[in-house]
Write a protein that binds this ligand. Structure first.
Ligand code: HEC
Ligand code: HEC
Ligand code: HEC
Ligand code: HEC
Ligand code: HEC
Ligand code: HEC
Length: 492
């Protein structure tokens, strides 16, 4: 043992005992404090705010790194001095018996407390600022305006963005914060695409978002829906079709379970997988089903002979049909039909259906240009009809709700997969072209009463004649041998 130091514990002061390292440590603690505070604040916020992630994941870590570097510099300096003086003890820097050191210590403690308090207040205030209208209104909402507007008009208006885009749990929370930081970067440096592209890569599987509220086992029965149209003729002739949509169920306790029904794809035990050859998932040449007994059936189009081991196979989930549950950009055709059905647009004005759709589909660069353009064009078309004055604000409102020229967002850039009228939708697979290898079986198509029953169609008295078993489709557009979406675009 060391006889010189007998009776005293060996005194080996920590390399951290120097003012620079201590300051560094305080900065580190302040940074950590802000980090957790921001994380907590963001977790309880009602609206997931990507800007807060800049603070949480960029600014506070910068402080942390700065603190660590300071600490390290202090340590290295102390070590250097000690090696220089060759003594382990002489490097003690802080000696409380010296009044000077005591004064420095008091100042240091007060300074540190102030710094940590400032960090807390600062993070709280910056959090509030990023939520504020000035901040969001000018930067973020310009970009998100289309999604915000359509969300507020949709069936999920009361569901927070984060319920679908983030979902519960820490793992996805952190992932979304990281991508949020990237989004902020892309907004600040004007690098984001217009329109924002879909489908969103890495959107969380529906199982963990939609199914928090909707329970696939519980779907049952049919949905009775009447679609009302006004045709492109001088008298805007009405035409309606009443469909009983066979949603179907998957749980005997909530209704009959059959081999049919639309939610068949989602039935417990069934698994549908597919390969899409385009980024928008609009071309699906290959489909594989594994049923509850484990029987596998593969359907593909005749031309598709690719090696599937090199391709991404996606498991079908809610979003492959309900890809626009929240952001529906209504097509001009549909929006004008609805306004006419509700008598917001006077249907006795000749050709008003055609003309209203026409003006909506002109290209405008800004909201203001559209507002003025719609008024001018409609007035030009009906120079001597005063009834057009009531139509103009309605058409302008349709535009405001569904067209976002600055973001180039409207119905024509976001495929909606739920039906088959203006996008391929169900007909991506149910087109009669997907067969098993032996050619014996085809995915059901062309049977207009397979997924829904046509209960009634036409106008006036015809609509009163219901056919529960379904009737053949009478197309006002005449014979056709193409897909609906080849002619019906939702526009003019
Ligand atoms: C009910 C679930 C749901 C809610 C609530 C929701 N979204 Fe979405 N959102 C989706 C889905 C699903 C897509 C993917 C669309 C696709 O792939 O075609 C999407 C797409 C988007 C896109 C990509 C561009 C686009 O228009 O498709 C943005 C941006 C977006 N959402 C932002 C938001 C914001 C902001 C909110 C809150 C105001 C919100 N979302 C609320 C489900 C939701
Ligand atoms: C936080 C709960 C919640 C989440 C998450 C949620 N929904 Fe909903 N959803 C609702 C509620 C509530 C309604 C009923 C709204 C109403 O009838 O006014 C609804 C309605 C619907 C409807 C019927 C809409 C209509 O036009 O009548 C569909 C389809 C739907 N949701 C699909 C989805 C999909 C797909 C997702 C996942 C991307 C999802 N939902 C996520 C709560 C939720
Ligand atoms: C194969 C396509 C497809 C898949 C997959 C699918 N749905 Fe549907 N779903 C439909 C169609 C079609 C309707 C009919 C209503 C409509 O057109 O919006 C519907 C209706 C609904 C409704 C409204 C029911 C009502 O009575 O109003 C809800 C809610 C719903 N689906 C949720 C889901 C959820 C959640 C999932 C995922 C577990 C899912 N769907 C998977 C096609 C699908
Ligand atoms: C990814 C491809 C794909 C898409 C997209 C798709 N389906 Fe299917 N669907 C299938 C396959 C595969 C089957 C099972 C065919 C078989 O083996 O009988 C099926 C079966 C069905 C059945 C059950 C038919 C029966 O009675 O046996 C209905 C109903 C149905 N689909 C409706 C729809 C609707 C409505 C949509 C659009 C909202 C849709 N499907 C979109 C692949 C798809
Ligand atoms: C694979 C299933 C499936 C088949 C087969 C099918 N439909 Fe549909 N159809 C749907 C679904 C689902 C909707 C509802 C879309 C929605 O949510 O509005 C729909 C909607 C419609 C609409 C209303 C479209 C609109 O948006 O205005 C018409 C009209 C229609 N179908 C006609 C037909 C005709 C005609 C056939 C036969 C050639 C047919 N369908 C075959 C699934 C199918
Ligand atoms: C070859 C082009 C073509 C194809 C393919 C086609 N349609 Fe049409 N369709 C028309 C035309 C043209 C009209 C008359 C439009 C008008 O006067 O408004 C029409 C009218 C309609 C109408 C009356 C409402 C309206 O908007 O005028 C419905 C509903 C309809 N079609 C559904 C379908 C469905 C469902 C399919 C697919 C099964 C389909 N069409 C395929 C050209 C087509």
């Amino acid at each position: 043992m060391n006889t010189e130091n007998a009776g005293k514990p060996p005194h080996r002061p920590s390399l951290l005992q120097n003012w620079i390292s201590l300051t560094g440590l305080v900065v580190v603690i302040g940074g950590l404090f802000s980090f957790f505070m921001l994380l907590m604040l963001d977790a309880v916020a009602h609206f997931s705010n990507p800007y807060i992630s800049i603070l949480t994941w960029m600014v506070t870590p910068a402080f942390l790194v700065f603190g660590f570097i300071l600490t390290l510099i202090g340590v290295l300096r102390t070590r250097h001095k000690r090696v220089g003086s060759a003594s382990m003890v002489s490097a003690v820097q802080i000696d409380l018996s010296r009044p000077r050191d005591r004064r420095i210590l008091v100042a240091f403690v007060i300074g540190s407390l102030l710094f940590i308090m400032l960090a807390a207040v600062g993070s709280y205030n910056s959090f509030n600022f990023t939520e504020s209208v000035q901040f969001c209104g000018e930067t973020c909402h310009g970009v998100m305006k289309p999604e915000l507007t359509t969300h507020d008009h949709g069936p999920h208006a009361r569901v927070a963005c984060a319920a679908c885009h983030v979902g519960p749990g820490v793992n996805w929370f952190v992932r979304s914060k990281l991508s949020g930081s990237y989004q902020v970067y892309s907004v600040l440096f004007n690098k984001y695409p217009r329109p924002i592209t879909t489908p969103i890569k890495n959107l969380r599987p529906a199982r963990e978002t939609c199914e928090e509220c909707h329970w696939p086992q519980k779907f049952s029965g049919n949905l009775d829906r009447t679609y009302n149209y006004f045709q492109n003729d001088a008298s805007n002739s009405p035409y309606s079709i009443r469909l009983s949509i066979k949603i179907g169920g998957a749980d005997p306790s909530s209704g009959p379970v059959g081999g049919s029904g639309i939610h068949w794809h989602m039935m417990v035990g069934n698994q549908v997988e597919y390969i899409a050859t385009d980024a928008a998932r609009q071309k699906i040449p290959w489909v594989r089903i594994t049923d509850s007994q484990g029987v596998v059936t593969v359907y593909h189009t005749p031309k598709f002979t690719n090696d599937i081991s090199k391709m991404e196979i996606r498991k079908m989930d809610c979003m492959d049909c309900h890809n626009r549950p929240s952001h529906r950009y209504v097509s001009p055709d549909k929006a004008v039909n609805l306004a006419m059905e509700l008598d917001q647009i006077d249907r006795t004005i000749p050709w008003i259906k055609t003309n209203a759709v026409y003006v909506l589909t002109r290209s405008f660069k800004t909201d203001e240009e559209a507002r003025d353009g719609i008024a001018t064009l409609l007035t030009q078309r009906y120079p001597s009809d005063p009834r057009i004055r009531q139509v103009i604000p309605v058409v302008q409102q349709i535009y405001r709700d569904n067209f976002f020229p600055q973001m180039k967002a409207n119905w024509s850039v976001y495929p909606d997969n739920i039906g088959h009228m203006i996008w391929p939708g169900c007909f991506r697979c149910h087109d009669g072209n997907h067969k098993t290898e032996d050619g014996q079986r085809t995915i059901k198509a062309n049977d207009c009463n397979a997924c829904h029953t046509i209960l009634a169609q036409g106008s006036g008295a015809e609509l009163q004649q219901m056919t529960p078993g379904g009737q053949p489709f009478k197309h006002t557009g005449g014979d056709y041998d193409l897909s609906c979406s080849d002619c019906h675009t939702g526009g003019p």
